[in-house]
Design a protein around this ligand. Structure first.
Ligand code: GLU
Length: 400
C-alpha cells in the first residue's frame, strides 16, 4: 500500500516551478541556459522595505503574530485597497497569508465540498485547478479565445454556471496571457452573476499594479459593489514589490469567511513570517516611487519581445495589457521537425526542443490548460531577452 494519499495523486507538480527548477539545474551543470520560465520579478526588493525588515529583527519583532496577520499589516492592506480601488474594508475583513498561493489554498480548502464546481477560465495559472482538486472540488475549465483577448465572455460564463458552481476564479492581469479586464467587462460578468446568488468570486489581482499603455486595472467589487458579500479580493507583495521570497499575500472578504480562513491557517502555518509582515507594512504604506521606472522597464521589455517575435512569420502573439508574460501561438509549427530530428507534436515538444537545442527555458501552454501556445516571462534584462529571442527566431527558422 502506498504511503502517498489518493488525494495527492489527484494533482501534478507545479509545472512553472518544475521548468524553472530544470533550467536552474541545467545551468548548474554548465549548460548555457536563458531562463524565461520563472514568473518572478528580477528587480531587487526596494531598499526601504528591506530596511523595515532589518529593523523588525533588531527590535525583536520575531515572535508569533495574530494568525490572520498583524493589525498594522491588515490596516495597511485595507488602506491600500482603499487607495487603489476605493474599496472599504476593516482589518477584520483582511487575512495575511504566506503568499497569494496560500490565500487561494485556504479559500478552496475552507469552502469546497466534494463535487462543488469552480469555474476557471483558461489560459489559467497552473495551480488553480490542482488546488481545487486537492480540496475535493471539481475544476470546470472554460477556454477563452485569443480573438476575444483571452477573456471570459458573459455568454460563456452563463453557459458554465450550474447549481453546483461555488466559485468563479478571475485573474486580471492574467498569468500567463497578461490579458486584463476593463471595468465594463467585469461589470458585464457581474450582471450574469446577479442571476446566480449562490456563486462566489475569487479575484486574483496579484499583477494589478503591473499594467501598461495607460490601462487602468480594476477589480470586480469596485464596479459591482453588490458582489462584496460574496467576493474574495486577493492580492500580495510578490510581483509589484519584487518580494516573491518574502511570501506575503492578503485577501479581503466578509468576516465570516475570514474567520474560517483564519481557523484553517491556525491549524497549518499560523501567521506569515513576522519579519516579512513588518516589511509588508513598509511596502504597502511607503513610497511607491520605485514603481514608475520599474513599469517603464517592463513595458520596454514587453515591446522588445513582441517586436522580435513579430519577425517570425508563422507565430502570432497578442499584446498583453499587464503582468510580465507573453503567450504566443505556436500551432503553425506543430508537425515540424527540428535539425536534431525532434518532431514537434505538441507545445510541450516545442518547449522541450527550445530548451534542449537552443538553451531557452519557457513554459508550455498546456501547463496553463491551453495547448498550442507557450509562455515567455519577460522578467529578465533586455540583453537576455534579446539573445533569447534571437535563439527562438533561429529555432523556428530551422524547423523543417
Ligand atoms: N506564479 C509564478 C509563475 O507562474 C511563480 C511560480 C508559481 O508559483 O507558479 O511562474
Amino acid at each position: 500500500m502506498s504511503v502517498i494519499s489518493a488525494r495527492l495523486d489527484r494533482i501534478s507538480p507545479s509545472q512553472t516551478i518544475a521548468m524553472t527548477q530544470k533550467a536552474r539545474e541545467l545551468r548548474l551543470a554548465g549548460r548555457d541556459i536563458l531562463s524565461l520560465s520563472a514568473g518572478e520579478p528580477d528587480f531587487a526588493t526596494p531598499a526601504h522595505i528591506c530596511e523595515a525588515a532589518v529593523k523588525a529583527i533588531r527590535d525583536g519583532d520575531t515572535h508569533y503574530t495574530d494568525v490572520a496577520g498583524t493589525k498594522q499589516l491588515r490596516e495597511a492592506a485595507a488602506a491600500r485597497l482603499n487607495a487603489d480601488y476605493g474599496l472599504d474594508y476593516t482589518p477584520d475583513e483582511i487575512i495575511i497569508s504566506t503568499g497569494g498561493k496560500q490565500v487561494i489554498y485556504n479559500v478552496f480548502v475552507a469552502t469546497l465540498n466534494a463535487g462543488d464546481e469552480v469555474i476557471i477560465p483558461s489560459p489559467a495559472w497552473v495551480s488553480y485547478p490542482d488546488i481545487v482538486a486537492l480540496a475535493d472540488g471539481t475544476p470546470v475549465i472554460i477556454p477563452t479565445s485569443e480573438h476575444e483577448g483571452f477573456k471570459l465572455t458573459p455568454h460563456a460564463l452563463r453557459a458554465a454556471l450550474t447549481p453546483r458552481t461555488k466559485w468563479l476564479v478571475l485573474n486580471s492581469p492574467c498569468n500567463p496571457t497578461g490579458a486584463a479586464y476593463t471595468g465594463a467587462e467585469l461589470r458585464a460578468l457581474a450582471e450574469v452573476l446577479a442571476d446566480f446568488p449562490h456563486v462566489w468570486v475569487l479575484t486574483d489581482d496579484i499583477y494589478a499594479k503591473l499594467v501598461y499603455d495607460d490601462f487602468e486595472a480594476c477589480t470586480i467589487v469596485q464596479v459591482a459593489p453588490e458582489l462584496r458579500s460574496r467576493t474574495v479580493t486577493m492580492n500580495g507583495l510578490s510581483k509589484a514589490y519584487a518580494m516573491t521570497g518574502w511570501r506575503i499575500g492578503y485577501a479581503a472578504a466578509p468576516t465570516g469567511l475570514i474567520k474560517a480562513l483564519t481557523k484553517l491557517q491556525g491549524q497549518s502555518t499560523s501567521n506569515a513570517c513576522s519579519i516579512a509582515q513588518a516589511a509588508g507594512v513598509a511596502a504597502l504604506t511607503g513610497s511607491h516611487d520605485f514603481l514608475p521606472p520599474m513599469l517603464a522597464e517592463y513595458k520596454a521589455r514587453r515591446d522588445l519581445v513582441l517586436a522580435e517575435l513579430a519577425k517570425i512569420p508563422d507565430m502570432r502573439c497578442a499584446t498583453p495589457q499587464g503582468a510580465f508574460y507573453v503567450f504566443p501561438a505556436i500551432e503553425n509549427f506543430l508537425g515540424k521537425k527540428t535539425p536534431q530530428g525532434r518532431v514537434l507534436s505538441s507545445d510541450a515538444d516545442f518547449v522541450a526542443g527550445l530548451l534542449e537545442e537552443k538553451g531557452v527555458a519557457a513554459v508550455q501552454g498546456r501547463a496553463f490548460l491551453h495547448p498550442g501556445y507557450f509562455r515567455i516571462s519577460y522578467a529578465a534584462d533586455r540583453a537576455v531577452l534579446q539573445q533569447a529571442c534571437a535563439r527562438i527566431i533561429a529555432f523556428c527558422a530551422e524547423l523543417g
